[in-house]
Design a protein around this ligand. Structure first.
Ligand code: MN
Length: 288
């Protein structure tokens, strides 16, 4: 499996999703099945991913050169986020609690993963069950769909963004992405330089009002990278494939950094796992 994210501590626990990794991507039917699998795991990336996959590849020189389809990679980077029975699950951390020290402290990582992220997993499963109950009951019960939909959006966004956040980071990460990777080329093309990107990304994260995220995302219509602010976490832009997210909820940094969010965001840049970000980009832009 080329281009899998490199994890010095070994891959996270295998799930049913891993079974698809061994299927060749040459067969279009199989490839579609792989993409469908990736879409389920990737949540709101489903529609742009499938649309991009079914287009004829563009010949514009402005198009990013992405040499390898990587639907399997996005399954891998989200491994463990869905159980074999289709329920959402807490993916194991791909490193130890203390591995991101001194940038992220072990106590924060443990609480954030084991308590906060688990809460979103349980909330997403509960919301799906509630929506199933509402559909089955029908009648006047359907008026309850608003509250259950809100709960699903909040908790599922939380689950998928945190799944990305953990795999977005690694020990000895950070710095600019490799200039020979797809993400390295696009950061250069769309921001001018890594330094320009990092300045914008950190400012966006620092200036999120209240709780939320800074997101480096891939916009699949013009095919460019954009930096967004996602306030709370359910107010995501569905037209962007998220690639890199920095959680700026206070639970992500308050134990170590208190009110100094900018210091936390600067530290985050030292643990970015660009292999993971690149795998997500190649999954969003197959065979270009
Ligand atoms: Mn969080």
């Amino acid at each position: 499996m080329p281009n899998m994210p490199i994890d010095p501590n070994g891959p996270p626990a295998h799930t049913a999703a891993d079974a698809t990794l061994h299927i060749t991507t040459e067969d279009p039917l199989t490839r579609r099945a792989l993409l469908a699998g990736a879409a389920v795991v990737g949540g709101w990336i489903a529609i742009p991913t499938l649309a991009a996959a079914q287009e004829t590849p563009a010949t514009s020189p402005a198009s990013p050169t992405v040499t390898q389809a990587a639907p399997a990679a996005v399954v891998a980077v989200n491994a463990g986020a869905v159980s074999p029975d289709g329920m959402y699950a807490l993916p194991p951390l791909p490193y130890d609690y203390a591995d991101l020290e001194p940038y992220l402290d072990a106590q924060t990582v443990k609480l954030h993963h084991d308590v906060h992220h688990l809460g979103y997993v349980n909330g997403a499963n509960a919301a799906l069950a509630e929506l199933a109950r509402i559909r089955e009951a029908g009648g006047d019960t359907i008026r309850q769909v608003r509250a259950a939909t809100d709960a699903l959006q909040f908790n599922l966004s939380g689950h998928l963004l945190h799944t990305m956040y953990w795999s977005n980071m690694r020990r000895n990460g950070g710095g600019p992405p490799d200039a020979n990777t797809a993400i390295g080329r696009l950061v250069q093309r769309d921001f001018g330089s890594y330094e320009a990107f990092a300045g914008q990304f950190q400012a966006a994260a620092a200036q999120v009002q209240g709780s939320g995220w800074a997101i480096l995302g891939y916009e699949t219509v013009a095919r460019r990278l954009v930096v967004l602010q996602v306030e709370k976490q359910q107010n995501s832009s569905v037209w962007v494939v998220p690639l890199l997210g920095c959680d700026v909820w206070e639970h992500a940094y308050y134990l170590k950094y208190q009110n100094r969010r900018s210091d936390y965001v600067r530290a985050f840049m030292n643990v970015v796992n660009w292999d993971d970000v690149d795998a997500r980009l190649r999954a969003a832009e197959p065979q270009r």
